[in-house]
Design a protein around this ligand. Structure first.
Ligand SMILES: Cc1cc2nc3c(=O)[nH]c(=O)nc-3n(C[C@H](O)[C@H](O)[C@H](O)COP(=O)(O)OP(=O)(O)OC[C@H]3O[C@@H](n4cnc5c(N)ncnc54)[C@H](O)[C@@H]3O)c2cc1C
Length: 352
């Protein structure tokens, strides 16, 4: 009998599978690969909300756990996926510089917001008021990370590329069975796919569609992330940048749209003055939750069924810590943080 079946292999499934590997648990991942938010993610980790210069929820402990977490995978699989990069925030007005300096005095932001502003030396970036520099930020190449880990699991016969068939799932007291397999536990890590999960679709996962462009700009030569109306993120292909992202709350289709492309171009053209070509456009649905906290925990009725979801807009930073919390909850009986525990939505389950 397996210890676990994991359904879904985005950042959530990958992070949970890492917890299992570290603790010598046996498992099988079942995942389709088409509808993945992780694959299109910019992959940025940025411990500052750059609209208002505030700190995201739990950013410091998340980052302290996430960076060594990704670095362990890099070493084990001999791949490079973490690119530390400064984020240069374009100031739209001098007043924003004052707000930045006030924020940089706050204990949870002081180690990230540099107090000396950087001059704009790039003739192709339109920024008259200098940049505020965010330190300790960067980008995880999420698609590359997922491919490397998937390959390792395939080699160990621990990965199946298929859509999970709920009709083939049987729950028997202290174990579950699925197409001839038996496991002690099942963990659903389906991102927005949770909407079609009959056991957990009572949870208030809203989903926020996001689109990005990949552009090629030969003369730009940026080696930091620039944040203005959009993020411009240097990526691994030569002279290419990821530009994004959009936020759309009602469209739940996975395809790209002309509207998003035009929105991104319009924002990009306010900050970029050089020629560029659009090489690609990608879309995904972020698993966002109405209270902006992850969805982690045990099914209200079936005690060997769990969920790891709701990573929202910051899966790169959030996934490693919440996967560890879920593992400790299941295996070591350590109580979940009430902010992430799905217990907070138990009334919605009872209503259904
Ligand atoms: C445009 C965009 C930009 C983003 N940029 C960033 C960023 O810069 N930094 C950041 O931290 N986050 C970013 N995010 C958010 C990030 O992508 C998410 O927080 C995170 O990837 C969610 O991971 P997940 O594993 O929960 O879901 P997903 O990545 O969606 O993975 C779920 C997986 O489960 C599979 N699946 C679902 N249902 C089933 C089923 N029934 N059977 C089999 N398989 C199933 C899906 O096919 C998929 O492979 C961005 C998101 C978008 C859309």
């Amino acid at each position: 009998m397996l210890d676990y079946i994991i359904v879904g292999f985005g950042l959530a499934g990958l992070s949970f599978s890492e917890q299992l590997q570290k603790n010598d648990k046996s498992f099988l991942v079942i995942s389709e690969e088409d509808k993945s938010s992780s694959v299109v993610a910019g992959g940025m980790y940025n411990p500052v909300i750059l609209k208002r210069f505030t700190s995201p929820w739990n950013a410091i402990p998340q980052l302290e756990y996430a960076i060594p977490f990704y670095s362990e995978i890099e070493q084990r699989l001999n791949v490079r996926v973490n690119n530390p990069l400064a984020v240069l925030r374009v100031f739209n007005a001098i007043e924003e510089q004052n707000n930045w300096l006030i924020a940089s005095d706050k204990p949870n932001l002081s180690s990230f917001l540099s107090t000396s502003f950087e001059k704009n030396n790039n003739e192709h970036i339109l920024a008259d008021n200098d940049f505020g520099v965010v330190e300790k930020a960067g980008r995880i190449q999420v698609a590359k990370l997922l491919s490397a880990c998937r390959l390792e699991l395939l080699k160990n016969n621990s990965y199946k590329n298929e859509v999970f068939d709920f009709d083939s799932l049987n729950i028997n007291g202290d174990s579950i069975s699925y197409k001839g397999l038996k496991a002690k536990n099942i963990v659903f890590c389906e991102g927005f796919g949770l909407k079609s999960n009959p056991y957990f679709n009572y949870l208030p996962l809203n989903g926020t569609k996001g689109e990005v462009l990949i552009i090629k700009a030969e003369s730009l030569k940026l080696d930091s992330i620039v944040k203005s109306g959009v993020f411009i993120i240097p990526i691994e292909e030569e002279d290419c940048y990821l530009v994004g992202a959009t936020y759309h709350w009602t469209d739940k289709a996975w395809g790209t749209t002309e509207d998003a492309k035009l929105e991104l171009i319009k924002k990009l053209d306010t900050v970029l003055s050089c020629d560029y070509q659009i090489v690609n456009q990608l879309a995904g649905i972020r698993p966002t939750v109405k209270d902006r906290r992850p969805l982690v925990g045990q099914h209200p009725e079936y005690k060997n069924m769990f969920v790891l979801n709701g990573l929202g807009t910051r899966g790169v930073m959030v996934a490693p810590t919440v996967s560890s919390e879920l593992f400790n909850y299941i295996e070591n009986k350590i109580t979940l943080d009430v902010e992430i525990d799905i217990e907070r939505f138990s009334s919605e389950y009872n209503r259904g």
